[in-house]
Design a binder for this molecule. Sequence first.
Ligand code: URA
Length: 220
Amino acid sequence: MVAPAPRGGSDGRRGRPGAGPHGRAGLYHAPVAPGTRLVAIADEAAVCTRCPLAATRTQVVFGVGDPDADLLFVGEAPGRDEDLQGEPFVGRSGKLLDRLLDEELGIDRSAVYIANVVKCRPPDNRDPRPEEITACRPYLTEQVSLIAPRVVVTLGNFATKLLLDTDQGITKLRGASYPVGDTVLVPTFHPAAALRGGGVVLAQMRADFVRAKQLIGPVA
Ligand code: URA
């Protein structure tokens, strides 16, 4: 499969008045909107047994952040810290994500929404398996559709390949944005790659975060 052509020019904003990184913020983690479909899905996911990861997880890590966010980050899968705390990106990768949000966008994680491709930790942090991704995919699909962000930033290969429906790797795809449905996707490296790879990867991530910020544009 080949990724769709990168988007040029237009910024893909959909004009949702009032919503945005500087708008109302709330952590799903401490549900702010009981009775909403997002909460219903999170409740359903909390007892999910659709794949074998259910047997080894401590808890389901559904997602965290502003359910009306203009910016949605999608990572790979919870690690040990996330499995214990029930929140995505709270370990070393998460600290780097927080830092990039602060330094490049001037916001903190409560202003965005953060989710993963799979909601349960793969044992020993192994890669998620295709059947696990397939079983978990409906949750992410619903998150994207309900949050309806202006921009989705995919962190690393798993999220990028899934949401762009491509076999191409992140190194090739990053540095551009791609229209996907009503949103625009900005692929970037997983923070763990920057922690391993150092300055060049980190600089490229910074550029991708700036691209996402420009695509969101000014918020009312
Ligand atoms: N890596 C991910 O991809 N997701 C997390 O939540 C934590 C680390």
